[in-house]
Design a protein around this ligand. Structure first.
Ligand code: GDG
Length: 464
């Protein structure tokens, strides 16, 4: 089997420390299955930056290779164009974007340097899989350097409609670069069709007889590959010491009270202020729920070097303080807002002890928490998932209580419905959702993507 080379901004860890996000763990599984190399940023900023010596780590048939970045790379690319222009634009937040030529050039430069450092590590039969919005230009640079291997790209975050994407001053260059990949994957058919609309309407592209897309002198295959989770792990974590301990602790704390749980990195795309306000509305409209229902929001801070992230954290601290001040009693606090992270096994115990999983982003590529919450439930007494229609997950998870996160009343009503849902209906909805989560797992997702990438390359006649 050919070796897989995964490229992503953050790399590893290779062992399941319990702290890593779901995706990191899933990628290690794929690499282990086929043997592979994981290449990306070390997480360190140094003077040598992208010229720093490669740092290798090995575990069995999988190795990681990482390099540092220089302070200017970090400021202009990661904390700059990637997180101040691309992230907000692709999440429909044009009000938060910072378009600056200097940042754009820094982003390109970092893509070029990472590609240059990757080239000598590649073997002729490797399959290269590049991840996410940090590396739009990677495939283009690799091709220019003469790399002939199959190269695929998967976008973890939304691809917006052309009316929004075209606000990016360099949208044409970005998409031209994207077309250098053999296969471009999106999370949902909505994102795929937004991409196709851009290709057909904005740059006059056409669809070929084999389904591929040609535009700007290049041809690419694009498709939707909705990502999944390691579902069997999440369904059994409650049996581990950590999972069980947290489940028992929560159940004991809660007694007869019901808990609504949210788990999100602090990010303006996750709809957290709307969520707190909707919970407040629920308590206003249904005073009988005071003392009966609590909201636990776990929200580890992220990207705090970007101003918009600090602002949202302050806003949330203010909101939870205000709502707690207004409704708390001596023996009951409505909102528990915890801004630190928990190990994955503990999270599973917390999900299982919660009657409602509240996943209400304003925009999200997929949202893995929605799937983790479902997988962690007790089949005999499952909780209810309340899910934003703007999460990619809503395309598959239609048996959730689907809500519009911009409407506080609709959110509050969704919460009421979930809290009061009879056991029969909870079981029926959960069972349908769980079948999907258990079927479309992370490893099924990666296999689908990689098999497709390999088959595309095999169907191309060899040169000469
Ligand atoms: C991007 C896209 C897409 C969260 N808190 C803790 C913790 N987490 C884990 C969750 C979950 C992961 O982080 C978050 O994944 P999401 O999918 O919810 O969101 P993003 O981080 O924005 O991810 C998203 C995803 O990529 C994959 O393609 O679904 O749309 O935005 O796994 O459990 N993990 C631990 N402690 C925490 O406190 N260990």
């Amino acid at each position: 089997m050919p070796r897989i080379v995964v490229v992503s901004n953050r790399v590893g860890p290779l062992s399941d420390t319990g702290r890593a996000g779901g995706l990191a763990v899933a990628l290690v599984d794929v690499l282990r299955e086929r043997g592979g190399l994981w290449f990306g940023w070390s997480g360190d900023v140094s003077e040598e930056g992208t010229y720093s010596p490669l740092q290798f780590n090995e575990s069995g048939n999988v190795s990681t290779a990482t390099i540092d970045v220089a302070q200017a790379d970090y400021d202009e690319s990661y904390a700059g164009f990637a997180n101040r222009a691309l992230w907000p634009t692709l999440h429909y937040r044009l009000d938060l974007t910072d378009f600056d030529r200097r940042l754009e050039q820094g982003y390109r430069r970092v893509n070029e340097r990472f590609a240059e450092r990757l080239v000598p590590l590649l073997r002729p039969d490797d399959i290269v899989w590049v991840h996410d919005y940090h590396f739009f230009f990677m495939g283009d640079v690799l091709r220019a350097a003469g790399v002939k291997n199959p190269i695929g790209f998967f976008l973890h975050i939304p691809f917006p409609v052309p009316e929004v994407l075209t606000a990016l001053p360099n949208h044409k260059e970005m998409i031209h670069a994207l077309l250098a990949y053999d296969l471009v994957g999106f999370q949902t058919s909505q994102h795929l069709s937004a991409f196709e609309r851009y290709i057909f309407e904005e740059v006059g592209g056409t669809r070929e007889a084999d389904g591929s897309i040609s535009a700007m002198g290049r041809t690419v295959v694009a498709d939707a590959f909705p990502i999944g989770i390691d579902a069997s792990a999440f369904s059994t974590f409650h049996e581990t010491a950590e999972g069980h301990e947290n489940f028992a602790l929560m159940k004991n704390e809660l007694g007869d009270q019901k808990q609504i749980v949210g788990v999100d990195r602090i990010d303006y795309s996750k709809g957290l202020p709307e969520r707190f306000t909707a919970f407040e509305r629920l308590l206003e409209l249904h005073p009988e729920m005071k003392g009966e229902v609590t909201l636990l929001q776990i929200a580890p801070p992220s990207r705090s070097e970007v101003r918009a992230y600090l602002q949202i954290q302050r806003l949330l601290e203010g909101l939870s303080g205000r709502i707690n001040g207004r409704f708390s009693d001596l023996d009951w606090t409505p909102i528990h807002f915890i801004t630190r992270s928990f190990p994955r096994r503990s999270l599973a115990g917390i999900y299982r002890a919660s009657s409602v999983g509240l996943v209400t982003p304003l925009r999200d590529g997929m949202n893995l928490v929605a799937k983790e919450y479902v997988a962690a439930q007790d089949p005999e007494d499952p909780g209810v998932l309340v899910l934003s229609r703007f999460a990619g997950a809503a395309e598959e998870m239609t048996e959730a209580v689907i809500v519009n996160p911009y409407s506080i009343d609709e959110l509050a009503e969704g919460l009421r419905l979930a809290i009061q849902m009879p056991l029969d209906e909870r079981k029926a909805r959960w069972s349908a959702l769980n079948t999907k989560v258990m079927t479309n797992t992370a490893s099924a997702w990666s296999r689908r993507f990689l098999d497709r990438l390999v088959s595309l390359h095999e169907s191309v006649p060899a040169e000469g």
